[in-house]
Design a protein around this ligand. Structure first.
Ligand code: NAD
Ligand code: MG
Length: 390
């Protein structure tokens, strides 16, 4: 039996992971499942999968979790230190699918244990890519990408020499507002932004798809994960979202990964790697599909893409600053403190104010420095949002 832990089990990726594991229950022992506010779901899954431990990220919800697990023999724990403790428990495979920079510390701890890490939490790579790679290397742990584009690139690169790679193209749906006139974006609401044309995902990544901050994070994730020069990485809008990414080689060949939008493909690939096993995903009917279309990823419509280029050019902890500013600005948009187009305004201004002082973005890429900068960027984002409101 393979020992499995899922960080962020109650979310969209976590539930898809449990769906796959539940299809072959004799093959897996669930060590720990973690969640945050959805205690009922966390307890239900911990019981259904006979987990050893359930953890909520929120210490104030420990009593609720204990009550929900009363009499089951499943351990209950809460708070950031409990997440780290869960990551320290021996496992063969850990899924990192917490949303946001909160996923970084547990993922790093899992790598320190030498555990294979399936990484949906792109923020880990954006905030601390070099630290993630160095930790994995030092402890002989594999990091398997779960973001669909990065899983696609990873698969296209199997058996290839990186020196033969000329470019990497990741696709974007364009999100909820891809067909809106730019003039209308100012009045876009969080409810409208949270409706994705292709994928069913968590609320935050769905809004990030509409603003293209998701793709901006993914450009940086591509750079960090595969160590590819930023000038070789492109994004293209592909409304059908059947091609997830393409790798171009120096002989002109372009290898595409094609398939219906179902995260269980990328999750299942990471679960069974290096083997390929049958997965319950729809098989593509090319004739029914008919045609695939592409449009430019316009940096005027989606300034997040331009900011991602700046972040990659700056390097260091710019990714951590960018991500935290985006997370806080997204909170502000969801709370209707700022408008849709102001998300990028806030992020750009945070980057500019934090960069103005040496010792932050150019600090060493350590977990402590990422946490400090993450905090600073959120404080700056709040200041800027207050100024915009006032
Ligand atoms: P989600 O919002 O559905 O779930 C997030 C999970 O994280 C939940 O279990 C929640 O309880 C937990 N969580 C939230 N805040 C937390 C905190 N502060 N501390 C600890 N746990 C916390 O999100 P999702 O759509 O499943 O996405 C998860 C991650 O996977 C994100 O990094 C996202 O970018 C990435 N991803 C998601 C998809 C997708 O299809 N949903 C695709 C590619 C990548
Ligand atoms: Mg993706």
């Amino acid at each position: 039996m393979r020992r499995i832990t899922i960080f962020g089990a109650t979310g969209s990726i976590g539930q898809n992971t449990l769906d796959l594991i539940g299809r072959d229950p004799d093959a897996y022992q669930v060590v720990a499942l973690t969640g945050d506010q959805n205690i009922a779901q966390l307890a239900r899954d911990a019981i259904a999968f006979n987990a050893e431990l359930a953890v909520t990220a929120d210490p104030a919800r420990l009593g609720d979790l204990q009550a929900a697990l009363d009499g089951t023999g499943i351990e209950a724990a809460a708070g950031p230190s409990a997440l780290i403790e869960a990551a320290s428990r021996p496992a063969d495979w850990i899924m990192s699918c917490i949303v946001g920079s909160a996923g970084l510390a547990p993922g790093l701890r899992a790598l320190e244990q030498g555990t294979s890490l399936a990484l949906a939490n792109k923020e880990s790579m954006v905030c601390a890519g070099p630290l993630m790679l160095a930790t994995a290397k030092a402890h002989g742990a594999a990091i398997l990408p779960v973001d669909s584009e990065h899983s696609a690139v990873f698969q296209a690169l199997i058996g290839e020499d990186m020196s033969a790679v000329e470019r990497v193209i990741i696709t974007a749906s364009g999100g909820a507002f891809r067909d809106w006139p730019i003039e209308d974006l100012a009045k876009a609401t969080p409810e409208q932004a949270a409706t994705h044309p292709n994928w069913a995902m968590g609320q935050r990544i769905t809004i990030d798809s509409a603003s293209m901050f998701n793709k901006a994070l993914e450009l940086i994730e591509t750079r960090e994960f595969f160590q590819i020069e930023p000038s070789k990485i492109e994004a293209v809008v592909h409304p059908e979202l059947m091609i997830h990414a393409l790798v171009g080689f120096k002989d002109g060949a372009l290898m595409a990964h094609v398939g219906p939008a179902d995260m269980r493909h990328a999750i299942g690939f990471a679960l069974h790697y290096p083997d390929r096993k049958s997965l319950p995903v729809e098989r593509l009917d090319l004739v029914k599909l008919g045609k695939l279309t592409f449009r430019p990823a316009d940096e005027t419509r989606w300034p997040a893409l331009r900011l991602a280029r700046e972040v990659m050019a700056t390097g260091g902890l710019a990714g951590a600053c960018f991500n935290a500013a985006k997370e806080r600005a997204l909170d502000g948009f969801i709370a209707k403190r700022i408008g849709f187009q102001q998300i990028a305004v806030v992020v750009e201004e945070v980057l500019s104010r934090v960069s103005a002082h040496p010792g932050h973005i150019d600090a060493a890429i350590t977990l402590d420095n990422v946490i400090d900068l993450d905090h600073l960027a959120r404080v700056r984002a709040d200041e800027i949002m207050n100024e915009l409101e006032g």
